[in-house]
Design a protein around this ligand. Structure first.
Ligand SMILES: O=P(O)(O)O[C@H]1O[C@H](CO)[C@@H](O)[C@H]1O
Ligand SMILES: O=c1cc[nH]c(=O)[nH]1
Length: 235
């Protein structure tokens, strides 16, 4: 048990899928896993461990933003010896060719700052995905016929952005989409020698204003959950 996770050692699998929303963790566990057990409820940040095609997996919320994710990822890595961390998130498209409901897989994640800025100091560290997980996710997405995009994303510290010039610059440099956690997830995986990936569903479009209707959001996220599971446990 840690400050923020009520699970006993051994309750958490080596592979953890991390949505920002704890209720998405509940939905994904109940939808995709068998023999599901709730392993954390502290602060309502729900976590569940179960089985997927014979493989043990945990799905645990990260909360919104890099400071929140960093607490959970830190404890999962250092207290529960988690080896593979895969974010399953929603994201806002920054490119016309990336449509709502498409899947974005983050090869790298740009940021203005992350909770690791004080560690890296003058180093402009480039957070990157684990290549094995990335290539397995791409294979899984292509096999499903998903509209999948792989590239740079923007991990922002704010949802309500007062600097439209930043989004414009990201778009001009080919950044696919914006979210709020992946860069620090990749930093922590690098620091502690673990594997990380972020797979996201486009829920909103910053250029067109399109959005998945509220009542369809949860069900639209199934494709990315399956891609994440297939990336973690390829045949
Ligand atoms: O849907 P999740 O995984 O929470 O991801 C995105 O949604 C939240 C903002 O609404 C941020 O956490 C952002 O990264
Ligand atoms: O526009 C969006 C959509 C999801 N997540 C974000 O951070 N921004």
């Amino acid at each position: 048990m840690t400050h923020h996770i009520g699970a006993q050692k051994g309750d958490i699998a080596e592979t953890v899928l991390m949505p920002g929303d704890p209720l998405r963790a509940k939905w994904a566990a109940e939808t995709f896993l068998n023999d599901v057990k709730c392993i954390n409820e502290i602060r309502g940040m729900l976590g569940f461990t179960g089985m997927w095609k014979g493989n043990r997996v945990t799905i645990h919320g990260s909360g919104m933003g890099m400071p929140s994710l960093s607490i959970y990822a830190h404890e999962l890595i250092n207290e529960y010896d988690v080896q593979n961390l895969i974010r399953i998130g929603s994201t806002g498209s920054m490119q016309h060719h990336v449509g709502i409901r498409d899947v974005v897989i983050a090869m790298t994640a740009s940021s203005i700052s992350t909770p690791s800025a004080g560690v890296f100091k003058e180093v402009n560290f480039a957070p990157c995905a684990d290549y094995g997980l990335l290539s397995q996710a791409v294979t899984a997405a292509q096999a499903k016929g998903s509209n999948v995009h792989v590239g740079n994303i923007y991990s922002s510290d704010v949802f309500y952005d007062e600097r439209p010039d930043l989004n414009e610059m990201m778009t001009r440099h080919g950044v696919l989409a914006v979210e709020m956690e992946a860069a620090e997830l990749y930093n922590l995986a690098a620091r502690f020698g673990r594997k990380a990936l972020a797979v996201m569903t486009v829920s909103d479009h910053l250029l067109t204003g399109d959005a998945i209707p509220a009542d369809e959001r949860q069900s639209s996220f199934g494709e990315m959950v399956e891609i994440a599971l297939e990336a973690a446990f390829p045949n």
